[in-house]
Design a protein around this ligand. Structure first.
Ligand code: FES
Length: 219
C-alpha cells in the first residue's frame, strides 16, 4: 500500500495526520466502517431536513397560485365597486385597476384631447375592442394595468379636479410621482411627460354584470 504524503500545493500548513485524512484515498484507517455509518446517517438526516423544509414551500405554491403567476385569467367581483372608486386586483404579478367612472368623469374625458399624446389610442396598448373614446368595453368601467409606461412605477390615483399640487389643469387621472408622468381617467398619457404611451389595457371579458375575467378576450 502506497501512502503519498507529499504535500499538494497549498497544503503545507496542514499537520501530517490531517493530511492523511484529507488526501489519502488508499489508506483505510481502522474506524473507517464507523465513519461511513456516521456519514451515511448525517446524509440521511440532511435529506430529511431538506424534505421537511421543502414541504411548506411546495404547499404554498398550489396549482391555482402557480397558474396565476403564469398568467391564468383572474376573476374580479365589481358588485361593490361604488361610482368613483378604484379596485385593484393582481394579474400576472401586476396590479390591474378597475375604475368605476362617474358620469362627470366620463364627460371630463372629452375635454383634454389636445393635451394628450395619443388621444385616439393609435398605439397598440389595448385590445381592438377597447380602441374607443373610453378605452373600455363598458364606458363606466376602466380596466387597466397600473404600471407606468415609463420605467414601471405604480402611479397614484388622483381623481380630484385641480388639486393644489397638480395644478388647475388637472382633470383627474393617474399621476406617477417617480418622474412626473400623467395619465387621464382612461389611462391616456399627457404630452411632455417621460411616459411614452398610454397605460396598457389587458384583455378582459364580462362574465356577468358584476363579474370580470381579466386576462382573456371577449368570448
Ligand atoms: S416610472 Fe412613471 S414617470 Fe418614470
Amino acid at each position: 500500500m502506497n501512502v503519498n504524503l507529499t504535500n499538494p500545493e497549498g497544503s503545507e500548513s496542514l499537520p501530517a495526520v490531517e493530511q492523511a485524512n484529507v488526501f489519502d484515498v488508499t489508506h483505510e484507517p481502522p474506524d473507517l466502517a464507523r465513519r461511513r455509518v456516521l456519514v451515511g446517517a448525517t446524509t440521511a438526516l440532511g435529506t430529511i431536513g431538506i424534505a421537511v423544509a421543502t414541504v411548506p414551500f411546495v404547499a404554498s405554491m398550489l396549482p391555482s397560485e402557480r397558474a396565476k403567476v403564469a398568467g391564468a385569467p383572474v376573476e374580479a367581483d365589481i358588485s361593490k365597486l361604488e361610482p368613483g372608486a378604484l379596485l385593484t386586483v393582481e394579474w400576472r404579478g401586476k396590479p390591474v385597476w378597475i375604475l368605476h367612472r362617474t358620469d362627470e368623469m366620463l364627460q371630463l374625458l372629452e375635454k383634454d384631447h389636445q393635451r394628450l399624446s395619443d388621444p385616439e389610442s393609435e398605439v397598440l396598448q389595448q385590445p381592438a375592442y377597447c380602441k374607443n373614446s373610453t378605452r373600455s368595453i363598458k364606458p363606466e368601467y376602466l380596466v387597466t394595468v397600473g404600471i407606468c409606461t415609463h420605467l414601471g412605477c405604480v402611479p397614484t390615483f388622483r381623481p380630484e379636479v385641480a388639486p393644489a399640487d397638480l395644478g388647475s389643469g388637472w382633470l383627474g387621472g393617474f399621476y406617477c410621482p417617480c418622474h412626473g408622468s400623467k395619465f387621464d381617467l382612461a389611462g391616456r398619457v399627457y404630452k411632455g411627460v417621460p411616459a411614452p404611451t398610454n397605460l396598457v389595457i389587458p384583455r378582459h371579458n364580462y362574465l356577468s354584470d358584476f363579474k370580470l375575467l381579466i386576462g382573456i378576450d371577449v368570448a
